[in-house]
Design a protein around this ligand. Structure first.
Ligand SMILES: [Zn+2]
Length: 477
């Protein structure tokens, strides 16, 4: 069974060398597997019937375990699969469980933060004697369901699926797949369409393949690696990027790109109403005992999602075009925390689309060899970019930032993007493990700021007092 590869001194040396390029992986649009004969793909079905339940067992086990999922862990379940296929199942499950755990933890942290905010608002209301807003809801936590594998899928490597160049011209490749029948691999021909060939562009395949079955059809995904030389200079200025709904992107240079409001929001509302009507109709028919119920999945919803993604891609492209020589700094946000950022709308669609922004930022910059980094985003929207004072009440409303100490006013997203830009290479802040530590650090910086700016902020009222007194004395005199 394959083990964690040991690092050779050679590889260590490479790591220490300054990065001049980065490798990106391009996946090619899925290729339909040709049913050369029925028996062949039936062997793939048989393999999946064993593979999927095993993979699911590991997903559940990894998701519940105390420790972080380890793709090189020793097998714990029995299986008819070969050692190599068993390892592939473990690795695939570890990847799924890992992202599940990260997303769930981020959502839980965001919930705890909301809870603390709620308690603070209550205490404030009690102290000031003002009644609490009746509209507000208490934060609630609903435990997440463990991930369930619905689509039969194998994320394979060259140990179990080999892609061979075809000798004759009828097919482009032969796929050699290890199956339950040991020593007797399945050979499936692969034919590429012209757009597949174009996407590959003569690059070499990287050995990782994905096989999945949807609506009775088997699909193959090939991918290749590409080295992109780094374009951004070490001295490049940092541009902070804040991600949101009102503006997809707000930069520390004061620019805004794309929005969810207006046309997209109206389309989203129409789609939601349509789905609600459909669900009502379904419930009504079900009561009457109708067996063939209309589907609830929405074609317009999918189309809208695609449209939002296109708008996001357009915004990201424009941002990169207008900031050619900059280093892009953005917030490290997961889908789960996006959900909280989008909570005023309370729609998951917003959240899943919003999460496309950092994904697209990462991809679009990597593709162009542009430097981009994520930084910790905690309190970046509550921190004053002038004096570092952190408080919930600094956000007068969704759009406006107004500092409670120094009176600094700004567009809320712009203030946040300035904070994000500064967090790049902020070693002290990166070292903070917990959000409270970040808040404490920022408030310490605020104290330092006050010391330095004491003359301009604290003295004027005193001087004003002296001036008033001297005026009185002149009157007397
Ligand atoms: Zn301030």
């Amino acid at each position: 069974m394959s083990r964690k590869p040991e690092k050779t001194p050679e590889q260590d040396k490479q790591k220490r060398k300054k990065k001049t390029k980065q490798t990106i992986t391009r996946a090619v649009t899925p290729i339909r597997l040709i049913e050369a004969n029925v028996g062949k793909l039936a062997a793939l079905d048989q393999l999946m019937a064993v593979y999927l339940p095993l993979c699911q067992q590991y997903v559940t086990w990894f998701s519940r375990a105390e420790r972080v999922p380890d793709r090189y862990t020793d097998p714990v379940f029995e299986s008819d699969l070969s050692e190599r296929l068993h390892r592939v199942a473990i690795q695939q499950a570890a990847g799924i469980a890992k992202s599940f755990r990260t997303n769930r933890q981020a959502a839980y942290d965001a919930y705890l933060e909301n809870l603390a905010d709620d308690a603070a608002a209550k205490a404030e209301a009690l102290a000031s004697g003002k009644p609490l807003d009746m509209e507000r809801k208490e934060p609630e936590w609903h435990e997440w369901h463990l991930p369930e594998l619905r689509v039969p899928c194998i994320q394979a490597n060259a140990n179990v699926v080999v892609v061979e160049k075809s000798e004759d011209t009828t097919f482009d490749y032969w796929l050699r797949i290890s199956t339950l029948d040991k020593g007797n691999p399945l050979r499936v021909p692969v034919k590429l369409a012209s757009y597949h060939k174009q996407a590959l562009g003569g690059r070499t395949l990287n050995g990782s393949t994905t096989l999945h079955k949807r609506n009775g059809v088997w699909w193959l995904t090939l991918s290749c690696d590409e080295d992109v030389p780094l374009q951004t200079a070490t001295s490049a200025p940092c541009v902070g990027v804040d991600v949101g709904i009102a503006n997809f992107i707000t930069t520390s240079t004061g620019k805004q790109y794309g929005t969810f409001h207006g046309k997209l929001a109206r389309r989203q509302k129409r789609d939601r109403e349509k789905r609600r009507r459909k669900a009502k109709l379904r419930a009504c028919l079900k009561k009457k005992g109708v067996e063939n119920l209309p589907s609830t999945s929405s074609v317009t919803g999918q189309r809208l999602s695609r449209h939002v993604r296109q708008e996001i891609n357009r915004a990201v492209n424009l941002l990169l075009e207008e900031h050619q020589d900059a280093r892009i700094i953005y917030e490290d946000l997961s889908v789960a925390s996006m959900r909280f950022k989008a909570r005023s709308m309370n729609a998951y669609l917003y959240a899943s689309n919003l999460a496309h922004i950092p994904e697209q930022l990462a991809w679009a910059t990597a593709k162009r060899g542009r430097a981009a980094h994520t930084v910790k985003a905690a309190y970046s929207s509550q921190e004053c970019s002038r004096c570092h004072f952190v408080d919930r009440t600094n956000r007068a409303n969704q759009q406006t930032f107004c500092c409670g100490v120094c009176g600094y006013r700004d567009h809320a997203d712009h203030n946040a993007s300035v904070n994000l830009a500064r967090r790049y290479r902020d070693a002290e802040l990166s070292a903070c493990q917990k959000k409270e530590q970040i808040k404490a650090l920022l408030l310490r910086r605020h104290e330092v700021w006050k010391q330095v700016h004491r003359l301009t902020v604290v003295e004027p009222p005193v001087q004003l007092g002296l001036w008033a007194r001297s005026e009185t004395s002149t009157d007397v005199g």
